[in-house]
Design a protein around this ligand. Structure first.
Ligand SMILES: *Cc1c(COP(=O)(O)O)cnc(C)c1O
Length: 397
């Protein structure tokens, strides 16, 4: 298939180069629709807040049943605008999981607030509500910071424990934000993610399940006042007219060209989600007897941004990764370090141990999962993993 690495003949599984992500193949599937969309934008030249942005906002809101959608320049900016609108700033404690992407902790810090890291569930990898309650209590007792917000992250495509998070946020009077950057398209209790919290941030980074061809993001909310504030903040805090500056905002708009790309992609999205689910099921069946496959959050469907398995330890994980590379199977580690141990964030951490997040960082490994994987690719990944475990002498974790 490819000359990317030399064949490893000791593997019965053999060599077949599998892609971790294949945006070129996806582009080929929608080429005519994509080109027509782009031509339209090139024709009208409304590159900032052109009609495609409003059209996409309407379709995304309808997709998940949210009342409002505001297109933004990235998932990170979506988190930031939601936090700015909620008045998060110096003196505020923002509770978030330690096992997530950098941006979740970065945004409170950029606004002068303090991230308070919470450990995650060892099976689902989602924020642990019991530890969250304990952390809020600790911050209250400590007295220096005001508990102000919770960012629940829908990690890897699956939902955070939203019922518990809503209960905790309600009791404590905290703003509840859904970082759904990885998981738009997933569902909980038969309802698409996008309405679980006061606001939901999504990302169109190219590798996310609904990825664009550059940076992009959006905020979803059922609250008209919030949506109005988000629209103002994405355009420098403007009021009724552009030169009416009501508040300090930012330049955080979604580009018209990105909206056009995403409109073309949205037509494929349901099929892609179904394909990702079929791949996950094939992995579950083939790999379940051999290693720790991802636990499904009860009552949910996943957008399968990431299919992550757990190995018994760091050595086994690294050995499997090397063996798989020799079979043409690329893997990735999300995340090699929990956020509270990152050099930039460590000084803001109170020193609490977060043992589950630390353990996952040593043992987790993500396998390729994207809609362009062929049935032969899927079979090869399963064979290569089973075979590599045997070659590396790794037993079930
Ligand atoms: C990707 C991601 C973000 C940031 O999205 P960008 O569009 O890249 O800014 C935020 N949170 C999580 C959990 C992510 O995975």
């Amino acid at each position: 298939m490819s000359n990317a690495a030399s064949p490893v003949t000791s593997h019965p599984a053999g060599f077949r180069q599998v892609a971790f992500l294949d945006l070129a193949a996806q582009q080929a599937r929608m080429a005519p629709a994509l080109r027509a969309r782009l031509e339209t934008v090139l024709g009208h030249c409304q590159f900032v807040l052109g009609p495609e942005v409003a059209e996409l906002e309407g379709r995304l809101a309808a997709f998940c049943g949210a009342a409002h959608c505001v297109g933004l320049s990235s998932g990170t900016d979506a988190l930031q605008i939601a936090m700015m609108a909620a008045g998060i700033g110096p003196g505020c404690a923002v509770f978030l999981p330690a096992f997530t992407y950098t941006a979740t902790a970065e945004v409170p810090l950029v606004l002068g607030a303090t991230p308070v890291f919470v450990d995650v569930d060892p099976d689902t990898f989602q924020i642990d509500p019991v530890h969250l309650r304990a952390r809020i209590r600790e911050v209250r007792q400590e007295g220096g910071l005001r508990p102000a917000a919770i960012i629940g992250v829908d990690l890897f495509g699956q939902p955070a424990p939203w019922e518990a998070l809503r209960e905790i946020a309600g009791e404590a009077g905290l703003f509840l934000l859904d970082d759904c950057a990885q998981s738009f398209g997933g569902s909980l209790g038969g309802r698409r993610l996008g309405r679980e919290a006061d606001a939901t941030a999504i990302s169109f980074f190219p590798s996310k399940p609904l990825g664009g061809y550059g940076d992009g993001g959006a905020l979803l909310t059922d609250c008209a006042d919030r949506a109005r504030l988000y629209r103002s903040l994405r355009s420098h805090g403007e009021g009724e007219t552009r030169y009416d500056v009501l508040r300090t905002g930012m330049n955080g708009r979604l580009d018209t060209l990105q909206a056009a790309v995403l409109l073309a992609k949205l037509d494929l999205f349901e099929d892609e989600l179904a394909r990702r689910e079929r791949i996950a099921c094939a992995y579950d069946v083939g790999l379940g007897p051999h290693l720790r496959i991802p636990a499904r959050v009860p009552g949910s469907t996943s957008a399968w941004a990431v299919y992550a398995v757990l190995l018994p330890g760091a050595e086994a994980r690294d050995a499997l990764q090397a063996e798989l590379r020799g079979c043409g199977v690329p893997t990735a580690i999300y995340y090699p370090r929990p956020l509270h141990l990152q050099p930039a964030y460590r000084p803001h951490h109170d020193g609490s141990a977060l043992p589950v997040s630390e353990d996952l960082a040593r043992r987790i490994l993500a396998l390729p999962i994207h809609p362009e994987l062929s049935d032969a690719d899927i079979r090869h990944v399963v064979e290569a993993v089973v075979d590599s475990l045997r070659v590396a002498g790794i037993g079930p974790g």
